[in-house]
Design a binder for this molecule. Structure first.
Ligand SMILES: NC(=O)c1ccc[n+]([C@@H]2O[C@H](COP(=O)([O-])OP(=O)(O)OC[C@H]3O[C@@H](n4cnc5c(N)ncnc54)[C@H](OP(=O)(O)O)[C@@H]3O)[C@@H](O)[C@H]2O)c1
Length: 259
């Protein structure tokens, strides 16, 4: 898709990847709608976006309320007249051992990371299909293609988003509505420091939100369904071809981290 002149709704744009993406899209000439819970942080990002793209708007919403999430995307469509693209980027981490998870936490992580993106897509899809064009960008994770130690709930929610993205890409193949799946590796954002999460098991090098935002823009402009950034595809291919060696390696790493 062409970014300049387009209208894009970005969820989770009060910090990290979503904030960097909103700023990049606005500076490239898109009208941007941004969504998150923290009004003050969202307002700062909106001010930056409006400097380049005055029609940009913000919606303060908790997307774990999935009925409300549907309302947000429809209101954004009505406000802008249409949406060329919905970027489902909002997400919560959950670094917690399987034995320490409870039902409420599992349900919350699934609602924010999977059900809200799916419900927002289902809400906006009839309108995109009627126009014969549109794009859904789902920001999943490398943890949506391999089971991460200490992150069962998070990995499950991101696997769900990957599976959903692949299946809807098939269903929508010839419709003019495109689907992009983006799987970030470690990116330097607040997600690593949020409360109610264990410390990460290992300290890994991280790339900037701005570089990640550039990769998402490349995905939106390009033709490929799936993007890994940084490119960790080889690890996924190794896991898929030899899951037993992968599980052994992950378990060894987790044991070493707990020592
Ligand atoms: N950073 C990484 O290493 C990494 C790696 C793989 C995948 N990802 C994915 O990248 C996406 C962006 O994460 P990030 O790294 O940029 O982290 P971040 O800085 O913590 O950003 C997360 C965004 O999601 C929003 N959000 C969280 N819960 C929400 C809710 N219930 N309703 C509405 N908005 C909500 C947050 O805003 P409020 O708190 O203001 O609501 C924030 O804007 C996530 O989907 C994450 O899973 C990140």
């Amino acid at each position: 898709m062409q970014i300049s002149g387009s209208t894009v709704l970005v969820t989770g744009a009060s910090s990290g990847i979503g904030a960097a993406l909103a700023r990049r899209l606005a500076s490239d000439g898109a009208t941007v709608g941004i969504v998150a819970r923290r009004q003050d942080r969202l307002a700062q990002v909106l001010a930056d976006c409006q400097a380049a793209s005055p029609q940009s708007r913000m919606w303060v919403a908790d997307l774990s309320d999935v009925d409300g999430a549907e309302g947000v995307v429809l209101e954004a469509w009505d406000t802008f007249g249409h949406l060329d693209c919905l970027v489902n980027n909002a997400g919560v981490p959950m670094r917690r051992h399987t034995t320490k998870l409870d039902a409420e936490t599992l349900d919350w992580v699934m609602r924010v990371n999977f059900t809200a993106p799916a419900r927002m897509t289902m809400a906006v899809l009839p309108r995109m299909l009627e126009r014969g064009s549109g794009m859904i960008v789902n920001v999943s994770s490398v943890a949506g293609r391999l089971g991460n130690a200490n992150e069962a709930a998070y990995s499950a929610s991101k696997f769900a988003l990957c599976g959903w993205s692949e299946a809807i890409a098939v269903d929508l193949f010839d419709t003019g509505v495109k689907v992009r799946l983006v799987n970030p590796g470690p990116i330097d954002t607040e997600i690593w420091d949020l409360p109610d999460n264990d410390d990460p098991l290992v300290d890994v090098p991280k790339v900037s939100s701005e570089d990640m935002a550039d990769a998402i823009v490349n995905a939106m402009e390009g033709d490929a369904f799936e993007t890994y950034f940084p490119d960790m595809k080889a690890i996924i291919e190794m896991k898929t071809s030899d899951p037993d060696t992968f599980l052994q390696g992950m378990a060894d790493m987790a044991r070493a981290a707990h020592r």
